[in-house]
Design a protein around this ligand. Sequence first.
Ligand code: SF4
Length: 263
Amino acid sequence: MTAAVAVEEQGRVTGQVAEVFRSYQGEGLLLGKRQVFVRLAGCTVGCRYCDTEWALGSVADVAVPRCTEEAGEEAETPTRLQNPLTVEQVLELVERVDPGGTSAVSLTGGEPLEQPDFARALCAALAPRDVMLETAGLDAVALAHVAPHLRWVSCDLKLPSATGRAGVLDEHAAVLASGALDGLEVFYKLIVDGDVGRDEVARAANLLSSYAPGASVFLQPVTPLGGSPALPREQLDPFVDILAAAGLEVRVVPQVHKVLRVR
Ligand code: SF4
């Protein structure tokens, strides 16, 4: 996309934004990096362990956005803007929380790909900051739309037991086969709770070994929420064994921002 087109997109695309804040990345490949988090509202995936429950539901039903100005701490008088926001308004919030900064931006949610035009325009406008998309990775068309403006993609592998979507791994297969992730720095996050079966992990492992051989996979024992049971210690090693046997680069990393007690 040319700069002129990006400016044109900024002018006419608006989005539902839940919050903008600066903190430390608590998951995945960029663990520990200071980033600006732009959280778009709305997600219809339906994971039962979701920790952004207030951002759930269709994009049309979102809450009022808020801006928090420092890592890990709610500002006493956070900025609150009425949705929808323009790209320019979000850029101003990013600059407010990371003044003059060069921190990479994590575009997260909710599910950013449920607002593909806004996500694309925003990612284009955020340059020269690098952008990482955090996504459930279930929409190939939306992903390809945003991809030209991304550096990294943190792509979840959703499992039927967590989402109630019996065919969710087939949905992932369709996205992986589409080529929408080609050319990007992609890593995968597999959240596992006490109800996850070895068969599900094996299917996920086979999927990745077919379409993304040798990929980095972050196995994340669930932070128990919403009736999602903790992962018993004895289930961890078999899951790692399954992923490693498929030739994947597996690391076990819990949600570190919870340990740090930051957002
Ligand atoms: S995809 Fe993410 S935001 Fe959506 S329900 Fe699952 S955990 Fe929550």
